[in-house]
Design a binder for this molecule. Structure first.
Ligand code: FES
Length: 113
């Protein structure tokens, strides 16, 4: 599966939008000013933003409007929604850091009275 940016005039960046570079897991990714980190990552072919804490299944953006939190990544050291974070030159993104690992319950379910 591949994603491409919308064309100019249909929601995509203008043709004269400056390009800049962000870093995703140590790799340089080209972005356009005004787009979100999620858009830049998807356009660059990044399809796993994090893994599900319980199953380990790959997760990627779903809503692209800040509602589902499937796009959580670490951006400049802080856990953030990639779809709600505008790109800026030099941003450093680390995937797989969206949610902390779940801890196993270390107490048994209390007996019913
Ligand atoms: S894709 Fe749903 S919150 Fe970012």
């Amino acid at each position: 599966m591949t994603f491409t940016r919308l064309p100019e005039g249909r929601g995509g960046p203008s043709a004269d939008a400056p390009t800049l570079s962000i870093e995703v897991d140590g790799r340089a990714v080209e972005a356009r000013a005004g787009e979100s980190v999620a858009v830049a990552m998807l356009a660059a072919g990044v399809l796993r933003f994090r893994t599900a804490p319980a199953s380990g299944a790959p997760r990627a953006p779903f809503c692209m409007m800040g509602a589902c939190y499937e796009c959580l990544v670490e951006i400049d050291g802080r856990r953030q929604q990639a779809c709600m974070t505008p790109v800026a030159a030099g941003l450093r993104v680390v995937t797989g850091q969206g949610l902390p690992a779940l801890r196993r319950a270390d107490t048994a379910v209390p007996p019913r009275p």
